[in-house]
Design a protein around this ligand. Structure first.
Ligand code: MLT
Length: 331
């Protein structure tokens, strides 16, 4: 009788629990649409997590800020309400001050430098952000320079910039950088930019070439200037609480998947950037390259680095981070 009951109960369990049930689910949020390299990174992460965890972890991707603004989601990741995210570093900085060191203007001169520096700083950065914000970076995506777009006039010199209403992410470094060029920028959440541009609330914004295409900004923007002040960086980050709750083999699976996924995202971005520039020209945008007086832009923005030490975790951290980054770049 006992055996019969146990067998019946087992049969019931076997039919009630699907064979493909996962042990863990990661809800991953990002703010771009499904053609952007951010989404390609998210998809690669989902595939690799599935592979390395033997299907024990499922990653569900929520693009286009469906789960909330980038700033809100970073906070939700700390609480493990959402487990993972790929936001712009600029939107992580208000929650995790030490990340600001990667936003200092004119830090990297090109993508290769950025890759070397970002990979080298990862362990030290994780010591900081796990403490500051309860988040862990699995890797850091890079999408090329944030370039300036606007609908009013070509910006070829710092004078041309004056008076334009340019949206920047709501963090102090972006705001102060634009102020160093004599402009009063408009800090605004990323999700609002999509309506603010067509409505003329702002004249322009700054984000990578690929974003100008994937977000259809060419429909409402006419001019692009390649200001080389900041390379778009964004961590593939995970809730530290969630990560610590995983068995060790699954922590390894997730970490490995994260590092490989950002590599795939970086490669996708490099490919898409050339295509994006062609497409933006075809769509009628004027690409004016770097400002003619680029040295003056660099000098003004680099000149205010010391003002930022207090908002990026202190001078000691800046020096430590810079020595790790410089050493990696020199190799
Ligand atoms: C921003 O401008 O807020 C971000 O760069 C948007 C993004 O995450 O791509």
């Amino acid at each position: 009788m006992y055996l019969k009951t146990t067998a019946a109960a087992l049969a019931l369990i076997c039919t009630a629990v699907p064979a493909f049930a996962q042990d863990f689910t990661i809800r991953l949020s990002h703010g771009d649409n499904e053609t952007n390299p951010t989404h390609i990174t998210a998809e690669a992460f989902a595939e690799k997590v599935d592979e390395y965890s033997d299907g024990r972890i499922e990653v569900k991707i929520f693009p286009s800020n469906q789960l909330g603004s980038e700033e809100e989601v970073v906070r939700a990741v700390r609480n493990n309400t959402i487990q993972a995210q790929i936001p712009a570093m600029a939107n992580v900085h208000p929650v995790a001050p030490s990340t600001g060191v990667l936003l200092l203007p004119y830090l990297f001169s090109n993508s290769d430098e950025a890759h070397a520096g970002l990979d080298a700083i990862l362990p030290a950065m994780n010591e900081k952000v796990t403490e500051e914000a309860g988040i862990r970076f699995l890797g850091i995506l890079e999408k090329g320079f944030r370039v300036l777009t606007n609908s009013v006039r070509p910006v070829e010199t710092m004078d041309d910039l004056q008076g334009l209403k340019i949206r920047v992410p709501p963090n102090e470094i972006s705001i102060e950088t634009f102020k160093s060029w004599g402009l009063e920028p408009v800090p605004m959440g990323w999700g609002e930019v999509f309506t603010a541009l067509p409505q003329g609330v702002i004249d322009g914004q700054e984000n990578p070439y690929t974003t100008a295409v994937t977000s259809n900004f060419y429909e409402v923007q006419d001019y692009i200037t390649e200001v080389h002040y900041q390379i778009w960086t964004g961590p593939l980050l995970i809730s530290e609480r969630f990560y610590q709750g995983l068995p060790e083999d699954l922590q390894e699976a997730v970490s490995k998947a994260g590092l490989e996924a950002v590599q795939i995202g970086r490669e996708a971005n490099a490919e898409q950037t050339q295509q994006a520039m062609e497409r933006l020209k075809e769509e009628g945008m004027t690409l004016s390259g770097a400002p003619k007086d680029e040295d003056a832009w660099r000098e003004a923005a680099r000149g205010i680095w010391p003002n930022f030490y207090s908002v990026v975790g202190g001078e000691e951290w800046v020096n430590e981070a810079m020595s790790v980054i410089d050493e990696a770049i020199a190799k």
